[in-house]
Design a protein around this ligand. Structure first.
Ligand code: ARG
Length: 417
């Protein structure tokens, strides 16, 4: 009996070519695995294609809810943005697909798993490291990395092996899609000076085509997780689809990012991520209302690290688990509703309310209801500013600058205990 390999299969040219390539090069039986993370693809067609090309089986798994709940929403709770911009859509799907590959390999008694990533992107790292984290004994094969083919050669190879190649103009872009966003690279986008042409966008309207009237969307969170839109509860995946639709109509979520890949290359990426952009805005806003200052500031310091480790392929790592434990604890009271305003490509939180709100109107007001103890501020400021005052006094004595004489006398006039 031949050894088996489980291939992450998208139905595209590269992973289709990988089926006969794995059979011929490694003499293994290929089991295809197509995961639905919300691309909106024809999965029955993809399954049939894998079988027609020679896979001995093809599993199609709908993991949209799992992806939304166990991956995208964890990143949301951590406000994860790589380099302050990229919501990590592609990066978040790789560990989930790796987990599916490993589970399938175990169920099928396969010796190896395979993916269609190139040797210069981040995704190969995410697949390889995730698989090794889950089962260090599984071999990971990357046909495109091992034996790169020019597009024309890949097409010729495909034709030789009876793989249907779509005729007509080839899509010049490399696109990866899931519920958390759409990533587009290659083609004309490789010149970072050239503005992305309209044709790369599929989810978001160009600002010129957005409605003149703004739209308000109320997003309700429970424990840091979005649970309802405009009061209507929905499942995680449905909620993301719905926000992608609404935000996209208003041109929200277009991102243009020259990013630092883990493999040392700078690359220019275009993203469309309406739901992610809206939810990150709403979630951060609700945290502003519900987290005490020290927790909010400390958490912000971890968010950068969280985003980085997701980008760098370390989802299945003790550090991510530890950070998630912290993040989870921080979200206990992040519940309430944020009102977002969408208009002409922008998304802004313009209202927020929560039973856990730490905003105290009587403390904040400048009106007659004010309960804040103004006299308490004086003593607080004296103590708070003491190191600065003492330093200024010593510095001015030694430097003798005229304009700091006032500080010296202020110190001299201070009461001693
Ligand atoms: N640069 C992004 C990342 O590393 C997206 C890569 C996704 N692939 C694509 N074909 N656009 O996460």
């Amino acid at each position: 009996m031949k050894d088996k390999v489980v291939l992450a299969y998208s139905g595209g040219l590269d992973t289709s070519v990988a089926i006969p390539w794995l059979r011929e090069t490694y003499e293994m039986d290929v089991i295809a695995l197509a995961a639905d993370v919300g691309e909106g693809k024809d999965l029955d067609g993809i399954r049939q294609k894998a079988l027609d090309i020679g896979a001995i089986d093809c599993h199609v798994v709908d993991v949209r809810e799992e992806f939304a709940k166990e991956y995208a929403f964890l990143a949301l709770k951590a406000n994860a943005l790589y380099e302050g911009r990229y919501p990590l859509s592609s990066a978040l799907s790789r560990p989930l697909i790796s987990k599916l590959l490993v589970d399938c390999a175990h169920a099928e008694g396969a010796r190896a798993v395979a993916h269609g990533c190139t040797g210069k992107g981040n995704d190969q790292v995410r697949f390889d490291v995730s698989v090794k984290a889950l089962d260090p004994d599984l071999e990971v094969i990357a046909p495109v990395r091992e034996s790169p083919m020019a597009r024309t050669d890949a097409i010729a190879y495909a034709k030789e092996h009876g793989i249907p190649v779509p005729v007509g103009k080839q899509n010049p872009f490399s696109i990866d899609v899931n519920l958390w966003g759409r990533s587009i690279e290659c083609g004309v986008l490789e010149d970072p000076w050239i503005e992305a042409p309209e044709e790369v966008f599929a989810w978001t309207a160009s600002v010129a085509d957005t409605p003149a009237a703004c739209r308000y969307v109320n997003v309700t969170f429970s424990g840091g997780i979005p649970v309802a839109i405009d009061g209507v509860e929905m499942s995680p995946a449905t909620l993301l689809s719905e926000l992608n639709r609404i935000g996209g109509m208003h041109g929200v979520g277009r991102l243009d990012h020259v990013e630092n890949r883990l493999v040392g290359i700078k690359s220019r990426e275009i993203y469309e991520a309406p739901a992610a952009v809206m939810l990150l805005e709403a979630h951060r806003d609700l945290e502003d209302l519900t987290l005490p200052r020290e927790l909010a500031h400390f958490k912000a310091g971890l968010e950068h690290k969280y985003a980085e480790l997701v980008y760098f392929g370390l989802w299945f790592s003790p550090l991510r688990e530890a950070l998630d434990a912290f993040v989870e604890q921080s979200q206990k009271r992040v519940s309430g509703t944020v009102r977002l305003k969408l208009h002409r490509g922008t998304c802004q939180a313009v209202g927020r309310k929560s039973p856990q709100s730490l905003y105290d109107a009587d403390l904040a007001t400048y009106g007659a209801e004010d309960t804040f103890d103004h006299r308490a501020a004086e003593g607080f400021i004296t103590v708070w500013g003491l190191p600065t005052t003492v330093h200024a006094a010593v510095a001015s004595k030694n430097d003798g600058t005229a304009d700091q004489q006032g500080t010296v006398s202020a110190i001299a006039g201070m009461q001693r205990p």
